[in-house]
Design a protein around this ligand. Structure first.
Ligand code: AMP
Length: 438
């Protein structure tokens, strides 16, 4: 299958060729023709599958070939959960649309509203927004949504997780009824299906679960360690190659800040990205990480959601996520676009229960190896009744419904002391994509 055969315009094909994309990913092959034909779509797709282009390409084509562009009434609205995702989607639109006369802008919180209002006054075709700030503009009547012909809901499940359902309902109710709606989500809990039934028309359902060009090839490692020694172990692991770009997950914002201070003081160039940072600080941290000025990025789950960092070799879970499904989202940052990746988790005794949940969700065993010199004082418990950290303070969420699975493949990484004190080293190999069905 080629992009050509999907019915895309020459200007888009040129842009895709500029970026060296030769073949559509499965979600693109499935979504693009239906979206071009004007259908509503309910698409099950994770980050990393190429889903942004799956909605961006048909939308650009539709806008460039019909109607007036750059008026004060935007013709397309894209809703996405986080500022970083909005910025990333915007970059994608600019890249794919570089040979077209279609304009886009972002609307998200943490920055002043003035430039956003000015951009709207100048006239724009596509607005990429987070729900909270969009509501602010609606209330202040600084945005006219009466011309919206296409609505795209990106990462719909995560928007619901973040408490945006009331905002989404109000936004959806205020849009023109005659429009095309494309909904992308990794999982389909009942609330999403209800939303789809209420606000979409005869939506076609698409789900991809085949191995594909951007499949994750991730191997998983757990290092059991006492909670008090975690940061020393982290420093030890990161110091093996201090030039290697590593994304480190912390369950709490405060914990992320403490880690950054510690790692910087230890000589590793480290930055944090989390919800208490200003938008400028978050943007700078991400761009410094992308350009290699900082080698370690410490992130919380929500801030890191969907961030596209190319060829990230390693993701470290300093803390395990309190919701097992977030493990899948975290490791989605490595092993992207066919690259092999490594997910390392530092697990203390009180997190044994979380590890149990993750192993159950992944439906595969994870190698558990203590690192020499950092052996825990008590072994991990791997049964269902194993202990869990106390809730609270870390922005914990309730588990979501829906299924996710992931794949594993060894990538030759040898952790210091690997294999010693092994409590289990029995990885099952399985190259299927994370799959979520509608
Ligand atoms: P997404 O799921 O939209 O976050 O995309 C994941 C990554 O795959 C991004 O870096 C995209 O630029 C890249 N990508 C999207 N479509 C293709 C394609 N057809 N071929 C190769 N890479 C792609």
């Amino acid at each position: 299958m080629s992009f050509d055969s999907l019915g895309l315009a020459p200007a888009l094909l040129r842009a895709l060729a500029d970026y060296g994309y030769t073949q559509p990913t499965p979600i693109q092959s499935a979504a693009i023709p239906s979206a071009l034909a004007g259908h509503d779509l309910l698409a099950a797709a994770q980050t990393g599958t190429g889903k942004t282009a799956a909605f961006a390409l048909p939308l650009l084509q539709k806008l460039s070939t019909s109607g007036q562009t750059m008026t004060r009434r935007p013709r397309a609205l894209i809703l996405t959960p986080t500022r970083e995702l909005a910025a990333q989607i915007h970059d994608n639109f600019r890249s794919y649309g570089k040979h077209m006369q279609v304009s886009s802008t972002t609307i998200f919180g943490g920055v002043s509203m003035g430039p956003q209002i000015n951009a709207m006054r100048r006239g724009v075709d596509i607005v990429i927004a987070t729900p909270g700030r969009l509501m602010d503009h609606m209330q202040q009547r600084t945005l006219d949504l009466s011309g919206v012909e296409t609505l795209i809901l990106d990462e719909a499940d995560r928007m619901l997780d973040m408490g945006f359902l009331p905002a989404l309902k109000r936004i959806l109710a205020s849009l023109p009824k005659k429009r095309q709606t494309l909904l992308f989500s990794a999982t389909f809990p009942p609330a999403i299906k209800t939303l789809a039934l209420e606000f979409m028309h005869n939506a076609r359902e698409i789900s991809v679960d085949t191995p594909n060009a951007v499949a994750t090839l991730v191997s998983h490692q757990v290092h059991p360690v006492d909670a008090a020694r975690k940061r020393d172990l982290l420093l030890h692991l990161l110091s093996v190659d201090s030039r290697r770009q590593s994304l480190v997950f912390s369950r709490t914002k405060h914990g992320a800040d403490k880690l950054v201070t510690f790692l910087n003081a230890s000589g590793l160039r480290t930055a944090a990205i989390h919800g208490n940072k200003s938008q400028n600080a978050r943007t700078r941290a991400l761009s410094d990480f992308k350009t290699g000025r900082v080698t370690v990025l410490v992130a919380t789950d929500i801030a890191a959601r969907g961030i596209d960092i190319e060829q990230l070799p390693i993701v470290v879970n300093f803390d395990l996520p309190s919701v097992a499904e977030d493990y899948v989202h975290r490791i989605g940052r490595t092993g992207r676009a066919g690259m092999e990746g490594l997910a390392v988790s530092l697990v203390s005794h009180d997190e044994s229960g979380l590890l149990h949940d993750i192993r159950k969700l992944l439906k595969q065993d994870i190698a558990i190896n203590a690192v020499t010199g950092y052996e825990p004082s008590a072994p991990l418990r791997l049964d269902a009744g194993a202990p869990r950290p106390k809730q609270g303070g870390g922005g914990q969420r309730q588990p979501r419904q829906g299924k996710a699975s992931t794949s594993a493949r060894p990538n030759g990484y040898a952790a210091p002391g690997r294999g010693e004190h092994a409590a289990g080293n029995h990885k099952r190999r399985n190259n299927s994509r994370p799959a979520a069905k509608a």
